[in-house]
Design a protein around this ligand. Structure first.
Ligand SMILES: [Zn+2]
Length: 111
C-alpha cells in the first residue's frame, strides 16, 4: 500500500526542525529580513514568524529536478530549508500562479 510521501518523511522533518532550532537558522526565503524564526511558536497563520520546512524543489515538479519519484523529492533533506510561515505562504502563492489551465503544474523552464 502506497503511503503518503509527506507522511513517511514526517519523522525526518521533525528531526530536521530540531536541527534548525539548535542552529538558530534564519529564514532562507527572506534571509532574516523579517527577523529570526520563532522556533517556540506553534506553526500556524497566527504565528507568521514560526518555522516551516520549505521544499526548494516543489514535490509536484519532482521530474524537473531530477528525482526518481515524488517520494524521493519529499524525503530528501537536501531539498529542505528553514523558512518563516509567512514567507513560505507568500512563496507558495507565487508558485500557485504558475499552474497550468487544468490546475496542473506545467514545466515552463522559466525558473
Ligand atoms: Zn522569512
Amino acid at each position: 500500500m502506497a503511503s503518503n510521501p509527506r507522511q513517511s518523511a514526517a519523522r525526518a522533518r521533525v528531526r530536521q526542525a530540531r536541527r534548525y532550532a539548535a542552529a538558530n537558522a534564519e529564514c532562507a526565503l527572506c534571509n532574516g529580513a523579517r527577523g529570526p524564526i520563532d522556533y517556540s511558536a506553534p506553526r500556524d497563520h497566527m504565528h507568521p514568524l514560526s518555522l516551516v520546512i520549505d521544499e526548494i524543489a516543489p514535490v509536484a515538479r519532482w521530474r524537473e529536478f531530477g528525482y526518481e519519484s515524488r517520494r524521493a523529492c519529499a524525503c530528501d533533506p537536501a531539498n529542505w530549508q528553514p523558512a518563516h510561515w509567512i514567507c513560505n505562504a507568500l512563496a507558495s502563492d507565487k508558485r500557485g500562479r504558475r499552474k497550468g489551465p487544468r490546475g496542473r503544474d506545467e514545466a515552463s523552464g522559466t525558473f
